[in-house]
Design a protein around this ligand. Structure first.
Ligand code: NAD
Length: 506
């Protein structure tokens, strides 16, 4: 692609090139930032009918879209590989994830959107019938990164569409093509005009924030901060899914082969360009040598490339590769050893070989900054307490993993880790458990995606409707009542409200 820097103003049309082969992947027409407001206005007017369809009506359209995704999986994956340089193994995971999310959302959206009745807080308020209604925020702006251009484009948009919102998607300027195909699919499967795609970098993203009623952002922590500041100008709510530096802890009673397989896949999957990839490992002294040997054995069997049967492909750009190169070079200069890889792969394309680093510590960027590349730094620790302390010694808190044959011990470790999710004897699998929230702590995010019905309701405003059950007792504090009656009522309310504190305080 001719332009990849987020800060650069993009205009006209550009050719997108594969970072693996340099082949033409397609053409993108950049949106003029000044057009975004009108596009959002179009979505806003189409959204009213979408909301009026109700959850059951929307579920039909979303089901048809899921079927379209299933039928066009090969076409989507081909384009995905062309614009990202991913291996086909990695590309093959995105569409199925979306279909699974759609399938679950179709099942629960009617319940998620149904008004809820709430009990009275105090017996005397039982004269009121209380209900809470979930009303969609009309336009949800989705700003997405490049690492999973298909999955990240839609995994949150699905919840927003289910809620009855319209979606204004801005994919990464580095991977603009698959988003267009996903939008075409929405239209081809009969979806109404409540899903639009705008193309561009920072300026277009800012226009999306300025034109939306909710911002769903996935990207780096630095950009996330800017999104929060911009959204705050209009007091527009947002959810930020940001970067991570996920630790893995391997206890002395772990299944070492399993832990090694998981560490290698978790670190190298998608060339390490996964927010929840394994970015650092802490291994108990007693099993350190065995674990490192198993990891090296697994890594040496990996094949890099984009073709069939390859394990992982190119990094998205030379800029991304440069970060990996810097982390490895600096670590080696400071005394670490690269047991595999360690140098950019020769030849065409931004390929970096899987690199296992040992002799690392927290003075090195490879253990503290997000690498987002195919590296696996492994550190020996003397105790589980030391592993926990080091795992928490990070500005990030996205997720983590713990390996031990003793599940209750692993759970005990998990609840001492400061992050949004912990996988026990597995990695990344929480992403498939969409009834649980996926969100980052610290600089890894604000808010969460998924979480069962919460993944739909987060795109709604709550509207409380309070109706009379009976007119008796209503308006006791209105002006036309006597001050004496008001004093009696306040006294009665205070006595009733004090009953529980008095009982509890005993
Ligand atoms: P990025 O922050 O550079 O860009 C993300 C998006 O923000 C792009 O669409 C970009 O055009 C847009 N953008 C750029 N400047 C902006 C601004 N000033 N205001 C608003 N939007 C702006 O991130 P990236 O390099 O595309 O993606 C990689 C990062 O995403 C990594 O840090 C990774 O950990 C994170 N990520 C997090 C999750 C998660 O669920 N937590 C998932 C995937 C990726």
């Amino acid at each position: 692609m001719t332009v990849t820097t987020p800060a650069t103003a993009l205009s006209g049309t550009d050719t997108v090139l594969s970072p693996a082969t340099g082949a033409v992947a397609g053409e993108v027409h950049w949106t003029d930032p000044s057009d975004v407001e009108a596009i959002a206005a179009g979505l806003r007017s189409a959204q009213r009918e979408w909301e009026r369809r109700g959850a059951k009506g929307r579920a039909k359209a979303m089901a048809r879209y899921a079927v379209w995704l299933g039928e066009h999986r090969d076409e989507i994956e081909r384009l995905l590989i062309a614009e990202t340089g991913k291996s086909s193994t990695d590309a093959a995971q995105e569409v199925p994830l979306l279909i699974m999310i759609l399938s679950y959302v179709i099942k629960v959206m009617d319940k998620a959107m149904a008004p809820e009745t709430r009990p009275a807080a105090l017996p005397m308020m039982a004269i009121k019938k209380i209900s809470v209604h979930y009303r969609p925020r009309p336009v949800v702006g989705v700003i997405a990164p490049w690492n999973y251009p298909v999955a990240n484009a839609l995994m949150d948009a699905i919840g927003a569409l289910a809620a009855g919102c319209a979606v204004l998607l801005k994919p990464s300027e580095q991977t603009p093509l698959t988003a267009e195909l996903l939008r075409e699919g929405w239209q081809a499967s009969g979806g109404p005009d409540v899903f639009a795609v705008v193309q561009g970098a920072r300026e277009v993203a800012e226009a999306v924030i300025d034109s939306s009623d909710y911002v769903q952002f996935t990207g780096s922590s630095g950009t996330g901060r800017k999104v929060a500041e911009r959204a705050a100008r209009r007091l527009v709510p947002y959810s930020l899914e940001l970067g991570g530096k996920d630790p893995m802890i391997v206890c002395e009673d772990a299944d070492i082969d399993l832990a090694a397989h998981a560490a290698v896949w978790g670190a190298m999957f998608n060339a390490g360009q996964t927010c929840v990839s394994v970015e650092r490992v802490y291994v108990l002294d007693a099993v350190y040598d065995k674990f490192v040997a198993a990891v090296v054995r697994d890594v040496e069997a990996l094949q890099m490339g984009t073709g069939e049967g390859k394990h992982f492909g190119a990094l998205i750009s030379d800029q991304q590769l440069a970060i990996t190169e810097r982390h490895v070079k600096e670590a080696v200069a400071a005394g670490a050893r690269a047991l595999t890889g360690g140098e950019r792969a020769p030849g065409t394309g931004s390929f970096y070989p899987p690199t296992v680093l040992v002799g690392v510590d927290h003075s090195m960027a490879c253990m503290t900054e997000e690498t987002f590349g195919p590296t696996l730094p492994i550190m020996k620790v003397a105790s589980v307490d030391e592993a926990i302390r080091l795992a928490n010694d990070s500005p990030y808190g996205l997720s983590a993993s713990v390996f031990s044959r003793d599940i209750s011990r692993a759970k005990d470790i998990a609840v001492q880790l400061d992050c949004g999710a912990v996988n026990i004897n597995d990695v990344i699998s929480n992403l498939m458990c969409t009834t649980a929230p996926m969100g980052g702590w610290k600089t890894s995010g604000i808010g969460a995606r998924f979480g069962g019905v919460d993944g739909i309701r987060k795109f709604c405003r709550q509207e409380a409707i309070v109706a009379p059950r009976t007119n008796v007792g209503a308006g006791g504090n209105y002006y036309h009542n006597s001050l004496k009656a008001l004093a009696r009522m306040n006294g009665l309310m205070t006595r009733m409200a004090l009953a529980r504190p008095r009982r509890t305080a005993k």
